[in-house]
Design a protein around this ligand. Sequence first.
Ligand SMILES: [Zn+2]
Length: 89
Amino acid sequence: MSDVRIVAKAMDDIADDWHWVLLRDAQELEPRLYYAQQVGTGCGLLISSTPQHVRLFDMGAPSEPTCPPCLESGGGAVMREAEAVAALA
Ligand SMILES: [Zn+2]
């Protein structure tokens, strides 16, 4: 299992920023359907601390987040954030 990083919204809110959403220890069950141990964002939001299915929808996501902390976090920092998120659970 590995981590999957996608550009997505943390909430079903049209006004919400696009974030790096991290699916921790995600397993791809079928195209666009994952089982993830934990879900959070690059800027530190914890979306789910319990394992759950995550289905990806094509919401017209840009190639990069619009959330400034997510954008600044880049790859390595995102991993550190994800580890910090994991430590919270
Ligand atoms: Zn963010």
